[in-house]
Design a protein. Structure first.
Length: 397
């Protein structure tokens, strides 16, 4: 009697088991019973989500939780209101390599093989005569874009510094993509949860909405964390100071994004004059004003007045726009949406690393195992590089 036929040997087992997708706790009906994580990242904007994604690549064996106060990984702050602009004109000296690396990550969707809506859109920095050499006449630079030329007076801004490699993208989409990839590689995501720092860990306040549309704390849990990364944007320094009593040197400013409701096309370049950026979007232009200084503690955004008429724009923003009206006459027309209160004009708080409006993104270790990650005004061009550098330091620790 013969035995059963031998089973042919299959391929040897893969010594590296496949990564399991992480868990998502989206609402209080999903019970959260975890007690500890190796790494907790607070804030699922693009900086926090990207850092979590890089950490899953560099330290796949360490447990990680991404905590977000909102309902989705998003840019609830400034960058959901104004799409990002990567430009070589913003690169501080010595950070050219980081900027190029960030550009490659945007084009390659963080190296994940996924697609991010990134558009090639040149940026023209418009300048008065005599501002430098190697510049392009404005009339030549905008010869194919009459809709953009109609916004300005080329006699007052006759030359332009052109960045033909500039890109535009949506930071909110970048945050969502990075968070999805991090979850797919094993990170946990806890939504609708307000984080509070405590010694040795994080206190989590899970939020819900009542029948009268009030946001309330449904339950509070505390977890231990070996490493905590605070990537909560402009709220990050306050989170550290209030929770642990650690002083930081960082600041914040309130930035509004008025709309110029005049025609723009799919190929219209990004324009910049005296620090004001006109970013073509949805057939018009989003205005991204310059940041001059940090706002004082306790400041509450309020509108100003134009020729005695109350508007929703901050007074200093109004002063900037009035100063540009001769060079960019479109700002004096009916296309500029002023609003009647600050609530009518989208705006958000913006972190200022080191309290300076020209400082690049940075990560600071405030205490052993506690890191503060800030993007700031140059996050469009350098943010991903700063998030990756922090992930490298944490994974090596």
């Amino acid at each position: 009697m013969t035995g059963p036929e031998p089973v042919p040997a299959g391929p040897p087992p893969d010594p590296t088991p496949p990564r399991r997708a992480g868990s998502v706790w989206a609402h209080v009906g999903q019970h959260f019973t975890e007690e500890a994580f190796d790494i907790v990242v607070i804030g699922a904007g693009r900086m926090g989500a990207a850092c979590a994604f890089y950490l899953r690549q560099l330290a796949p064996g360490r447990s990680l939780l991404l905590v977000e106060e909102g309902g989705l990984p998003n840019e609830e702050g400034a960058t959901i209101l104004a799409p990002g602009v990567w430009t070589a004109q913003d690169i501080p000296a010595g950070q050219e390599a980081q900027a190029e690396w960030t550009r490659e990550q945007l084009l390659g969707a963080l190296g994940s093989g996924k697609t991010l809506e990134v558009e090639d859109r040149p940026l023209l920095h418009l300048l008065p005569a005599g501002e430098g050499s190697g510049l392009t006449p404005t009339l030549d630079a905008l010869a194919d874009f009459p809709e953009a030329l109609a916004l300005l007076d080329p006699a007052r801004l006759p030359v332009a510094r052109v960045d033909p490699r500039a890109l535009t993208y949506r930071p909110g989409s970048l945050a969502l993509l990075a968070a999805q990839q991090a979850i797919g590689q094993g990170a946990g995501l806890l939504l609708n949860t307000r984080a509070e720092l405590v010694p040795g860990g994080v206190r989590l306040h899970r939020l819900t909405v009542t029948n009268t549309h009030q946001i309330v704390v449904h339950e509070t849990r505390q977890i231990r964390a070996g490493v905590i990364i605070v990537a909560a944007g402009a709220a990050g320094p306050a989170l550290v100071e209030q929770g642990l009593g650690l002083h930081t040197r960082h600041g914040r400013a309130y930035r509004q994004f008025p709309r110029l409701d005049l025609l723009s096309g799919a190929q219209t370049p990004v324009l910049r004059a005296s620090g004001l950026t006109l970013r073509p979007q949805n057939g018009g232009y989003t205005l991204v004003p310059a940041i001059h200084h940090r706002d004082p503690h306790g400041y509450h955004p309020a509108g100003g007045s134009l020729t005695g008429v109350p508007t929703g724009l901050r007074r200093e923003l109004l002063e900037d726009l009035v100063g540009l009206m001769d060079a960019v006459p479109a700002l004096a027309g009916e296309g500029l949406e002023l609003g009647r209160s600050s609530a009518d004009v989208p705006g958000a708080w913006l972190a200022l690393p080191g309290g300076r409006p020209d400082a690049p993104p940075q990560a600071e270790e405030l205490a052993p195992g506690l890191h503060l990650l800030l993007g700031g005004p140059l996050a469009d061009t350098l943010g991903l590089a700063a998030a990756h550098e922090l992930a490298q330091r944490v994974s090596a620790g």
